[in-house]
Design a protein around this ligand. Sequence first.
Ligand code: GLU
Length: 414
Amino acid sequence: MLSDSHFYFNKAADVLNLADNIRDILLSPRRSIKVNIVIESENNELLHFTGYRVQHNNARGPMKGGLRFHPSMDEDHAGALANLMTWKTAVVDVPFGGAKGGIDCDPHSLSAKDLSLLTRRFVEEIKDVIGPTRDIPAPDVNTNARVMSWIMDEYSKFEGFSPAVVTGKPLHLFGSEGREEATGRGIMNVLAEALKEQNRDFSDISVAVQGFGNVGSHAARLIAEQGARIVAVADHSGGVANPDGLDIAALMEWVAIEKSVKGFAGGTPFNSADIIGWHADVLIPAAMEAAITVENAEQVRAAIIVEGANGPTTPEADEILHKKGVLIIPDILANAGGVTVSYFEWTQNIQQFRWEHQRINDELGKMMRKAYRSVHEISREKGIDMRTAAFVLAIRRVAKAALARVYINTKVPL
Ligand code: GLU
């Protein structure tokens, strides 16, 4: 995974003729932390976990990124995802750097009490290196507003009242309007820009969505509200399809109870793996990384891919998709809505002032559309794909800030 993010970085660094020493400086994480966490469970068992936080870059502001509770979490994963956060915050131009972390665990096998204890022990271990001006965690895979509340509470025990230490908190505990749906809304915003460019409208398109968690479900709902048909949705245990468009509100209600789209009566079932080759105009991979690989890239029939997940396309698959003429709106642009509203939440916490929901949606839409246009402009100017263009934009911004901090006499070579 780390090699994939470095591959995309280097492709853009080649376009910029970036010297090797600058590449090294920009790719090296500022700090990487690995901690042991032992808790005594509700059943009086001793449970042992490993927690990670990789703080990649803080040239443009405090480091920012989610915490993932998943058995695949390790230093390599956290490093790759932290790296992506640095470029993501730069693409949408929010004043943050990049970080990522989490705990190697299966939260579904833990009781709520054990999960709370585990989260609190993790915060105790990393409290000295996070903070409102240092590094601000947020939700990611298998973490949510409830986990963020525990983080805020635990950190505040040591440092005093600190709502700005974490974003993605519940609305009643210094969270922000629109944060939960923000990644999905940002996906809808960038897709709207891509369609506008092609003189198409939401009402002309069909969409297939992989993953129906926080990102996929809200993206599907908001895109359907614009008039598109969501013809297929798949998650870890199965898929449901309806050529006339699935009733997304009803599907969300079903999933809230059943924890999977499987068995939903408003569509016909299919095998999850078939979602990648679904006959639809747009494909949104919004589950885990490496969803589109050399094994299934040829099967893709969509003309547009909007990357809701982080790192869903491997470099080999990316190459195949470009040859097929697929437009890929890359993760560091497409799913940046989440961190953008995290920025609004952090700002509100610091100002101790609440923004109305409409203001959040308007500002988010403005920032996502602007980022899309900036990336598209670079892509057109240089004749490069949207992912490489997004990296070019991000690398320029981060490198300029990073080098301006240290250079005295030398000119910034960008
Ligand atoms: N976990 C989300 C991401 O990958 C949000 C990060 C944040 O809000 O800091 O972008």
